[in-house]
Design a binder for this molecule. Structure first.
Ligand code: GLU
Length: 466
């Protein structure tokens, strides 16, 4: 089958989670592997109490940011309720479904019985389907699908392999509630069928549903799609990835200064490998090489450290500066500095990028460079040797005419040679005087970022004790 029709069907009950984004990404990649394939989006908003339009907006914005493109209009599940009801009535008419009036009490006692006797059928309504009076009712019932008790269902999943479930393990699930609203189990099948979806790629938390949904396809004589159930992603402690582990919403990663290429690279390597030495792989190469059946069926661990590694790689690429500017313009704090001091901000980025995990880290770095009332921590004491050298060093730096990294570097090297000293004697305290820290970029880089005037002003704060 080359002409694949696939879809991503999020429920708008929360923001776009990194795990769902992975499902969407894999659907998108598979659809891109053949020009006649299609990829649709459906918003499954039938849970009125939990669905919110702001979540739909967040999900779509997240997909757009990742550059995951879909075909045609977005399908909205709640707009198709009539169609779902008609299919349910059809199933009822053809004796593939039945009306059930069991009280919660009755159902619960059957549930208890099933729990005790592991070998009996899992059907919790045992009588309604055989009661003609109940089947003639015009309201006050739910509609259940009628599943066999004998035999089994066999699903050949592209990732999970061949799985068999006995029919007696499957309950006659509800397809229409008492208020005649369709359930997810019914709507999802009807909507997928109407879109001609022939390959369903979704989280393996839905695997159990597939055995049940199989019967809706069968009873209606619809084509049963191919399936691939993707294992969920876990945090490094082995539990399901959640807020406890760190950011999990796609747009939160964007806000924190991660690049979409890094997110995609990191996500696609969870349970799959292109077989190269390098782990860096961009979307076009992924589309060329990805094979869904090679995806591991055990859950994968999401590592923030690994994401940082990829993000650092992508932000150092040629277009990294452009992306950084884009980030600044959309970040309240950085925008303020960027508009006033564009060149200085660009220099800070160029100097720091080799160590950055994300653009947001620049927010903490900039303070020291833009502090108009900068004071170095006077409690810090430096060596006598430094005191002896300091004023000559300052003089040499002050004499530099063209404030350029190479010239500054040469001036410092010559000074060290001339004085026959080791660099740290002067380098360590100078860095501290300039940025209040012994850690940081090279002295010449710091001097370039600060500019001549600020650099000299900061050095002037030091009074030698000789
Ligand atoms: N709406 C379901 C969810 O968000 C997905 C259904 C499906 O992919 O079949 O979990």
């Amino acid at each position: 089958m080359t002409n694949i029709i696939t879809r991503f069907a999020p429920s708008p009950t929360g923001n776009l989670h990194i795990g769902s984004a992975r499902t969407a990404l894999i659907n998108y990649i598979v659809s891109q592997q053949n020009p006649s394939s299609k990829f649709y989006i459906r918003i499954e908003d039938t849970d009125k109490a939990r669905s919110k339009s702001e979540f739909t907006t967040n999900i779509l914005e997240g997909l757009k940011w990742l550059d995951i493109k879909w075909d045609s209009e977005i399908q909205i599940q709640s707009e198709r309720v009539k169609r779902h009801q008609n299919v349910a009535f059809d199933l009822l008419k053809n004796n593939f479904a039945y009306k059930c009036i069991c009280s919660e009490e009755k159902l619960n006692s059957q549930r208890k019985l099933i729990k005790k006797n592991k070998n009996i059928s899992k059907k919790i309504c045992t009588e309604c389907k055989n009661d003609n009076e109940i089947q003639k009712l015009s309201d006050g019932f739910v509609v259940r699908i009628k599943l066999p008790d004998q035999g089994e269902v066999n699903i050949d999943d592209q990732i999970q392999g061949n799985i068999i479930v006995k029919n007696k393990e499957l309950d006659d699930f509800i397809i229409l509630r008492q208020d005649m609203s369709p359930t997810y189990m019914l709507s999802v099948v009807v909507d997928d069928n109407d879109l001609k979806v022939n390959f369903i790629i979704r989280g393996d938390d839905h695997l159990n549903n597939t055995f049940r949904q199989y019967y809706i396809y069968k009873y209606l004589n619809w084509n049963f799609p191919k399936y691939a159930h993707i294992p969920l992603i876990h945090g490094e402690d082995g539990s399901k990835l959640s807020k406890r582990h760190g950011a999990v919403d796609i747009l939160e990663f964007k806000k924190n200064g991660y690049l979409k290429d890094a997110i995609i690279n990191n996500l696609i390597l969870l349970g799959w490998s292109p077989g190269n030495e390098s782990e860096i792989i961009e979307i076009n190469e992924i589309i060329k090489n990805f094979k869904i059946y090679k995806l591991s069926k055990s859950s994968s661990i999401f590592s923030y450290k690994k994401l940082n590694f990829f993000n650092n790689y992508y932000l150092r690429k040629e277009n990294g500066l452009e992306k950084f500017i884009d980030f600044c313009i959309n970040n309240e704090k950085l925008k303020f500095f960027f508009i006033k001091h564009e060149n200085k901000m660009k220099t800070i980025f160029q100097v720091y990028k080799k160590e950055l995990n994300n653009f947001n880290e620049i927010s903490d770095i900039v303070n020291v460079y833009f502090d108009k009332d900068y004071k170095y921590n006077h409690k810090e004491k430096f060596s006598k040797d430094f005191d002896i050298l300091f004023s000559d060093f300052k003089k040499n730096i002050s004499n530099i005419q063209r404030w350029d990294k190479e010239i500054i570097e040469k001036t410092i090297t010559n000074f060290i040679k001339e004085k026959k000293i080791k660099f740290p004697i002067i380098g360590k305290p100078i860095r501290f005087l300039l940025i209040n820290s012994y850690q940081g970029p090279s002295i010449s880089d710091i001097l370039v970022i600060l500019g001549k005037k600020d650099s000299i002003d900061r050095l002037n704060q030091y009074i030698e004790k000789v």
